[in-house]
Design a protein around this ligand. Structure first.
Ligand code: NAG
Length: 399
């Protein structure tokens, strides 16, 4: 007995050592940085900005994938923070169980553009977390008509970045836009929750511009401005299973403010519910010259609940009649399909195509549309719009 054990002992030891080595190298692959170990303090008045920045510089400098962990609790991030790349690895993950809180005095970050800003990062994922922009005092300032209110900061911005995943993030009470992707490729945002008052100005839920292959899934956006706004240079955007309202709906635009502007192409908006919103699916451009365009757009399976303008193209946007009176939009809109759009309109005109007199909309297709106003047939209105109606379309199309 004793003999056999001692004979096998070296072999066992070697096996154990191999297991140990394998486990070690596996754990060494991803380094985890807990912000608390770098001085971040939950539930205190202390500013955790420095701790978050040191954790970021470690994670970003790591040659191996890096994980950042934010535990439960409220962490005050009292300044505008830039998480800057490029990084030495392409897999930084940030898991947030807590809440990140902006400074309560809106002036501190109110003119900084963004509160939390990722720049030049390739390969980042954010899981969970609540971002509290503390914007209510700034909305009050803006809503009271004071002229000296700051613009407000976007809560979470990504610019010039690639391969971004956001999963289960909540953004509440942003000063201005909640989440922005500008100059990004390959973005997947899902399970995003946006919460702000229906009267909060400029608090767009998710804004996308100059970006391609952005996917937004299973999200719930209640805010005071656009649910999703789609700016110039957006291509291959996919939005599916999103609930909007209150707010201004999903909007391509405003476009065509500038003479030289990249277009919007290949956008799919699918299985979306709009509840009590100002618009459902909208395309909007300034009434002034531009070389911009909108083409290959599909709005499919939308439910409208008491929406003021369920289907709308407005090419005569000219706020305060400044810089565009009497001019026509240069933005060329073509190949836009509305398929299976049902529900109720809060106004009599449920379908409105107000296109450019210089560049009429073309290839507009309505298929299986049924929108009612006060339990009766609603109306459609067309200006410089060409297209076709397929299947059953109510209100009757006006092409
Ligand atoms: C349109 O965009 C989707 C992603 O949203 C992509 O899968 C598809 O290939 C694109 N279509 C074209 C013609 O580029």
């Amino acid at each position: 007995m004793t003999n056999t054990t001692s004979k096998h002992c070296p072999l066992l030891l070697i096996i154990l050592m191999i297991i140990c080595f394998v486990l070690n190298s596996a754990t060494a692959e991803t380094l985890t940085y807990n912000v608390v170990n770098f001085g971040a303090q939950p539930n205190s008045k202390m500013d955790s900005t420095k701790a978050f920045l040191s954790v970021w510089s470690k994670a970003c400098a790591s040659a191996n994938p890096a994980a950042i962990y934010v535990p439960k609790g409220q962490f005050l991030l009292a300044s505008s923070i830039i998480f800057k790349g490029p990084c030495a690895n392409k897999a930084i993950s940030i898991a947030i169980d807590g809440t990140l809180v902006a400074p309560s005095d809106y002036r501190v970050i109110g003119n900084a553009g963004n509160w939390l800003h990722f720049e030049y990062v390739n390969g980042i994922s954010i899981r969970g977390g609540v971002l509290d922009g503390q914007g209510t005092a700034l909305w009050d300032c803006k809503n009271s008509g004071k002229s000296n209110c700051p613009t407000g900061a976007t809560t979470l911005a990504f610019s010039n970045s690639q391969n971004i995943v956001i999963n289960g993030l909540t953004s509440m009470n942003s000063q201005m836009f909640h989440i922005v992707f500008n100059g990004c490729q390959n973005v997947k945002a899902q399970g995003v929750k946006v919460i702000a008052d229906g009267n909060s100005p400029n608090t767009d839920g998710i804004h996308v511009q100059m970006s391609s292959h952005v996917t937004i899934l299973y999200s719930n956006i209640r805010t005071g401005d656009d649910c999703v706004s789609i700016g110039p240079g957006t291509t291959n955007l996919w939005i599916e299973n999103v609930a909007c309202g209150p707010g201004h709906g999903i909007s391509i635009g405003s476009l065509g403010k500038d003479m030289n502007e990249p277009g919007v192409q290949n956008v799919t908006v699918k299985t979306v519910t709009f509840t009590g919103t100002q618009n459902g699916v909208r395309i909007k451009s300034w009434g002034r010259p531009s070389n911009g365009f909108v083409r290959d757009i599909l709005f499919q399976n939308a439910i409208m609940v008491n929406v003021q303008n369920p289907i709308v193209i407005d090419q005569n946007y000219c706020p305060d009649n400044k810089g565009c009176p009497g001019q026509a939009s240069g933005v060329k809109i073509s190949d836009v399909t509305y398929d299976n759009i049902h529900g109720t309109s809060a106004t009599q005109v449920a379908v409105k195509f107000d296109c450019s007199s210089s560049y009429p909309c073309s290839g507009i297709r309505l298929k299986d549309v049924k929108l009612t106003y006060k339990n009766q047939v609603a109306q459609a209105s067309c200006n410089h719009a060409g297209g076709a109606a397929l299947g059953s379309v109510q209100p009757e199309s006006c092409f």
